[in-house]
Ligand binder design. Structure first.
Ligand SMILES: [Zn+2]
Length: 268
């Protein structure tokens, strides 16, 4: 579900949901092809839990600590909301967090929320330092998978992907501390060479610009079905195969659409 549906379900405003995400109270949701946040029913449950804790007077840091023991806290929450015993909820949650939340070594093994030494990450600048266009966040493993140089060159920061065709930058770190250009990336990047026939558009199932353009409308529809079937069968690995770090479907549709706009080839 998208953010406004989550808002309707939980009564928590979208702005608050995004804020909870920024401080780590909610995990980062999956992004759809159009970059919209996609939430699961579990996110809705988690958000209701936080909203309840807040309405009972728990501060946000306290919620964070409580959420570190998410499964236990959630069990208590479920049990106690059933019997409406607010004071007991408070007492049990405090006893659970008096040791100061998850030990740092528990980390992500316990839940995807931060451990006790959590610090709010600094705000990132999203503009590419070379072309000035907005970048799209990619996972660290995407950058590591595509870097042709030593991984010692990768900083432990969030990287952004620059899709500007004329810009040599593929990945950049916020605040322009570091850029990785087309020469430093192991795979040719579709966005940088959208007219090169041999460059992949779908990296997971290996469809190039040329293949897609040359296919008949029926074959193009079959190709889209094949990609969708691959996605549904969990056979794609966009974060490791596609330099943009996300699904290629929008790009494939773009190439098909472009072909439809081009005048049909005249044969004599
Ligand atoms: Zn750029």
């Amino acid at each position: 579900m998208v953010i406004h549906e989550l808002t309707q379900q939980t009564g928590v405003p979208a702005k608050t949901i995004r804020y909870y995400e920024s401080i780590g109270l909610l995990p980062r949701p999956h992004r759809a092809e159009n970059n919209y946040r996609q939430y699961t029913p579990a996110d809705g449950e988690r958000l209701r839990f936080i909203a309840s804790a807040r309405s009972l007077g728990f501060s946000l840091p306290c919620c964070l600590l409580t959420m570190c023991r998410a499964s236990i806290a959630f069990a208590i929450y479920s049990r106690l909301t059933a019997i409406q015993d607010r004071s007991r909820f408070r007492k049990e949650s405090f006893s659970m967090t008096e040791s100061g939340g998850c030990p740092p070594e528990a980390g992500n093994a316990v839940c995807e929320l931060p451990a006790q030494n959590f610090q709010r990450p600094p705000r990132v600048t999203h503009a590419c330092p070379v072309c000035g266009e907005k970048g799209k966040p990619v996972q660290g493993q995407t950058v590591k998978a595509f870097l042709s140089a030593s991984l010692r060159a990768v900083q432990e920061v969030e990287y952004l992907f620059c899709k500007t065709q004329t810009c040599p930058v593929v990945y950049f770190a916020p605040a322009g501390e570091r850029t990785l250009t087309v020469e430093q990336v192991r795979e040719r990047v579709y966005q940088k060479e959208p007219d090169a026939e041999e460059v992949f558009v779908c990296y997971c199932f290996r469809h190039t610009v040329g293949d897609i353009r040359a296919a008949s409308p029926q074959s193009q529809a079959a190709l889209l079905d094949d990609i969708n079937a691959g996605i549904n069968a969990d056979q794609c690995a966009c974060d490791l195969r596609n330099p943009q770090g996300s699904c290629c479907l929008g790009n494939v549709r773009g190439v098909i659409k472009q072909g439809q706009k081009m005048p049909a080839r005249v044969t004599h």
